[in-house]
Design a protein around this ligand. Structure first.
Ligand code: ADP
Ligand code: MG
Length: 236
């Protein structure tokens, strides 16, 4: 179980997160839903260990991991689908996905992961990662990577952005695949249709948790309330 306990985050004297509490249980899927600027990516970066909260704790199976960085957390099975393939310019996609061959996977598994994200194996497995890859192709590569890594937790920050209208179906397939692999998904989005596909959801706004529960209920509440509130950037 992965938990955020009373997480506060302050930057340049401005409070971005105000006491956020969230729990992510094994084998479930969760959305973090909220409008732009709500603090979703900040929460993701705190879960990953890229940012240290100003106050509060990150707990993994009851152990305080707040002080651990990205690499240590990755070793504990917390990974994120924002690896920028750009950093690996010049290597082949197969090498990228298998961590340069360190990950022992069958070619069939590579095929399955690539095809699931809509990249035909025969065209992509041996393809060089270079400037000719489009934004959408890079996004799909990012999503294929955790399918092979099989982490305990995967954080997907706006996985539908930069994809075309088939994104919804792709996200649904990914969620099914992660569930079968026993990976807990934490899906960050500002689209309610996407959030509705996970088991549970957290609705955040202006750095605060507004509502939590079954996705269906949270999405309904979000639809009714978001955009109609009086929250103004900078209000207390
Ligand atoms: P979301 O992902 O929900 O769109 P973010 O977590 O990216 O929101 O940002 C939350 C708030 O924190 C925004 O108001 C944003 O401007 C601010 N913010 C994010 N990153 C920084 C930063 N590095 N320095 C200062 N303010 C930041
Ligand atoms: Mg964001």
């Amino acid at each position: 179980m992965l938990c955020l306990r009373n997480i506060e985050y302050e930057k340049n004297g401005r409070k971005i997160l105000h006491g956020v509490n969230m729990t992510f249980r094994e084998g479930m899927s969760y959305s973090i839903l909220g409008p732009n600027g709500a603090g979703k990516s900040t929460i993701a970066r705190i879960l990953m260990g890229e940012l240290k909260p100003t106050a509060g704790e990150v707990l993994l199976d009851g152990r305080d991991i707040t002080g651990l960085g990205v690499t240590e957390r990755a070793r504990l099975g917390i990974s994120m689908a924002w690896q920028e393939p750009a950093r690996y310019e010049g290597i082949r996609l197969r090498e990228y996905l298998t961590l340069g061959g360190k990950l022992k996977v069958e070619e069939d598994e590579i095929r399955e992961a690539l095809e699931l994200v809509g990249l035909p194996h025969e065209l992509y497995a041996g393809r060089l990662i270079d400037k000719t890859l489009s934004g959408g192709e890079r996004k799909r590569i990012e999503l294929a990577s955790p399918l092979l890594l099989r982490p305990r937790y995967v954080i997907l920050d706006e996985p539908d952005s930069g994809l075309d209208i088939t994104a919804g179906e792709l996200i649904e397939e990914l969620l099914g695949r992660f569930k079968r692999a026993g990976t807990t998904v934490i899906l960050i989005t500002h689209h309610e249709e996407i959030a509705g596909k996970t088991d549970f959801a957290y609705f955040v706004c202006a750095g605060r948790l507004v509502k939590k529960g079954f996705s269906r209920e949270v999405v309904e509440y979000y639809r009714k309330t978001c955009g109609r509130c009086l929250f103004v950037e900078g209000s207390p």
